[in-house]
Design a protein around this ligand. Sequence first.
Ligand code: PMP
Length: 390
Amino acid sequence: GKPACQCNSCYSGDDCSVLLPNCAVDSGSGNPLFLEPYWMKNAASSAMVVSGWHRMGYSYEDGSYISKELEKVIRRLHEVVGNANTKGKYILFGAGSTQLLNAAIVGLSPTPPQNYTGNHSFSPANVVASVPFYQVYKQQTDIYNSLSFKWKGDASLWKNNSDSTENFIEFVTSPNNPDGRIMEPVLKGSSVKTIYDYAYYWPHFTGISSPVDTELMIFTISKLTGHAGSRFGWAFVKDRALYERMENYLDVNSIGSSHDTQLRALVLLKSVLKDKARGLFEFGHGAMRKRWVTLNKSVSKSRRFSLQKLRPRYCSFFKKVTHPSPAYGWLKCERKEDRDCPAVLRAAGVMGRNGSVFHASNKYVRLSLIRSQDDFDLLLRKIDALVSQE
Ligand code: PMP
């Protein structure tokens, strides 16, 4: 069995088989440990050893901060999966996609005139996203308190303004975090720029209907291989000028992306490509699908709770129609009196993420389905118990 120090926090004993009474299950964060068993099975091909003298300098041989070998493997992966057209696009690496999201905002925003003191001849870009959205977009926009960009909330509030001369930057997350929907921009027009966050556009979480081919596409290994702690993401950019602005931001912000992380990503993605990525996505989609079916079975017995409805989609990677397998359950409390859905779940020992975090109402709670199997099994136990009380 597992050593005691590795027990899920709700279990104890030498083999982690003793369930602690009244232990609340953590279904909050999107820690992607669902892929740990895959990597245990592929331990040898994904292992790496680095000598102390290796790769000490700031840049690669060509003076850049981007490993050409890794770039090749990433482009190959998109080709094999069929989820993005990378031809003719520049690539950038970041510390997770998080750093690239910010580089994108900075790159797309206007630069104020020198010595600008706040007159009206300059207006910052308005940054928006559709509710419910991933809260980091707002947090990042706010933390800089920048003259160049300002957070303006829900995209739909600005639907009739987008023909104006004001600049808009819209985040489009597809599939969406928290609810797994395939998303399209709400705002259109020449003054609107769109940042596409494709963190979940992989066969684990949705059918890959066609390769995306947008101006600015952001990806991450966090939800692809599950190596969230390595902090590695990439962006494809069509426009040369935007690419240069983002590159400049990344250089000034962190002098490029960690070479150790790039090496780790290279080893992991090469391992994934050994069987044309079939092993990873069959495991990942299988695990996510099973969890979604099991959770739905439990919630469908309830009149008090409901889950988001998602449609089957044709997946060109699996060459068949695949049924929903989202990363998160977006659970709704249906009863009028259950205004504080997170509290209802907390009382039943389920720690989800409040709807309000996504700027939606607390009639909703996000339940993470990408955590470890132990966390999922416990979540199901608690949901079963809660539903059986009705
Ligand atoms: N975008 C979305 C939609 C996410 O859900 C996450 C992680 N939860 C990220 C970006 C950031 O991921 P990372 O920085 O680990 O690549």
